[in-house]
Write a protein that binds this ligand. Structure first.
Ligand code: GLU
Length: 302
């Protein structure tokens, strides 16, 4: 389980202590990978006398459940983590995300998208050279980008279900070249264009992960975003949104992902790696901390 390669970063000389956060989505039980991420953020803040915040990312009402939120808080407390109260929740903040989307609309860098998933799949299948994103998945073919704005407004007025997508080329034309800094990987040129026109508000949810996380990291004053390297690429989009919305850019640390002994990624659906399972087996928080290769905090019981 020990990743060995992650080193708790320290602020540069003259830099303020870090404000870090852990931002779980209550869509399942936390597993060892989440514990690692949470403990890493916690330890990083503690090591420099900084602040550790908790944010419950519960915007997806189709997947988030109150019992998972409760289990998340119970697990984190059991692990000995202490965060600055109150923990943030995203679901009451939809107006704030709508305001941010409104700014982007006024700038002309988003457009309404009326496509169904099936229509997008069909269009990609029909297209000989569909563009692909950094993980090899096809990106949105841009179907609604060219829609006449008057037609778009008419459809909205008629109540047609729609989301909102970032017009990434228009956005980059607005901001020019951008960069962001990852403590492990160094300076990164912002390559948001590779993702195509990502969704910023879904048909059924008035925001998306990308928009909400960008707005909230700024609103909470997070100065060092620590999270798994599976989200490394998403940071290109977040950097672009920061520039468009005039928000500060935190430093990033994308840490290693915990894997099972046979190299499999941990998944929420795999009960045998959940913290609940370890607790039921009588493991102590201290043994979890040790398995993860992190020091045991004084607040951890057992
Ligand atoms: N809520 C996201 C997740 O649980 C993590 C967001 C982040 O750390 O930026 O995967």
């Amino acid at each position: 389980m020990l990743t060995g390669e992650d080193v708790v970063p320290v602020p540069a000389a003259g830099e303020a202590p870090f404000v870090t956060r852990f931002a779980p989505s209550p869509t399942g039980l936390l597993h060892l990978g989440h514990a690692y991420s949470a403990l890493f953020a916690h330890e990083t803040a503690k090591a420099c006398g900084g602040r550790f915040l908790l944010r419950i990312e519960d915007i997806d009402h189709t997947r988030c459940r109150p019992e998972f939120e409760k289990a998340t808080l119970d697990d984190l407390r059991w692990l000995g983590l202490r965060w600055e109260a109150p923990a943030w929740r995203q679901s009451p903040r939809t107006d704030v995300y709508q305001d941010a989307l409104g700014k982007l609309k006024a700038m002309g860098v988003v457009y309404p998208c009326f496509c169904t998933r099936a229509a997008i799949r069909h269009e990609i299948a029909e297209s000989a050279r569909a563009p692909h994103g950094p993980s090899g998945e096809p990106v949105y073919p841009g179907t609604c980008r060219g829609l006449d704005p008057v037609e778009g407004r008419t459809r909205i007025a008629r109540g047609m279900p729609h989301g909102w997508r970032l017009d990434v080329e228009a956005a980059l034309a607005h901001t020019g070249a951008l960069a962001w800094y990852d403590v492990r990987a160094g300076w990164q040129d912002c390559r948001a264009a590779e993702f195509g026109d990502v969704v910023l508000a879904r048909k059924d949810i008035p925001t998306s992960y990308h928009l909400a996380v960008t707005v909230d990291d700024a609103a909470q004053g997070v100065t060092l975003v620590t999270r798994g390297e599976d989200l490394f690429h998403a940071t290109h989009i977040h950097r672009l949104l920061q520039a468009l919305l005039g928000l500060p850019t935190p430093t990033y640390y994308h840490h290693n992902l915990i894997a099972t002994a046979d190299g499999q990624r941990l998944a929420k659906r795999n009960r045998s790696v959940s913290l609940k399972y370890f607790r039921e087996r009588g493991e102590t928080p201290a043994s979890i901390w040790r398995q993860l290769g992190l020091g045991v905090p004084a607040t951890a019981e057992g």
